[in-house]
Design a protein around this ligand. Structure first.
Ligand code: SF4
Length: 121
């Protein structure tokens, strides 16, 4: 049976409207202006992934929290388990932008990295 889904490609600001058609094992993407849209459509249809952003507390920091994100997209079903780990994570100042806050989160090969620098008090 044929399955059809529509979605917006979020790989660039153009936001192409994609149509993904699944017929048996075949996936066909249309509406994309470039190859990235095809990749996005297939991935979103078969195994959607997202970047995760959050904040974690900083001990002895000039500000109390530091913003963090995953170094790459992770499977959508791992978003909440990742946020659970971040709920119990505390870092110590100083923190530099790009510092690894959690290495290889949930054995994904993806790190949680700081997106801001925080100096020590
Ligand atoms: S298909 Fe290509 S051009 Fe269109 S939104 Fe996606 S990345 Fe941008």
């Amino acid at each position: 049976m044929k399955e059809v889904r529509e979605m917006i490609c979020i790989s660039c600001p153009l936001g192409c409207r994609l149509t993904i058609e699944k017929d048996g094992d075949n996936l066909k993407v249309s509406g994309n202006l470039c190859k990235r849209g095809e990749k996005y459509g297939i991935e979103e249809f078969t195994a959607p992934k997202r970047l995760v952003t959050s904040i974690v507390p900083v001990k002895d920091g000039k500000i109390r929290m530091v913003s963090v994100k995953t170094s790459d997209t992770i499977p959508k079903e791992l978003i909440f388990p990742t946020l659970e780990i971040l709920k119990t994570t505390i870092v110590e100042a100083p923190v530099k932008i790009g510092d690894v806050i959690v290495k290889n989160v949930l054995d994904t090969g993806i790190d949680i990295i700081a997106t801001k620098s925080v100096n020590k008090i």
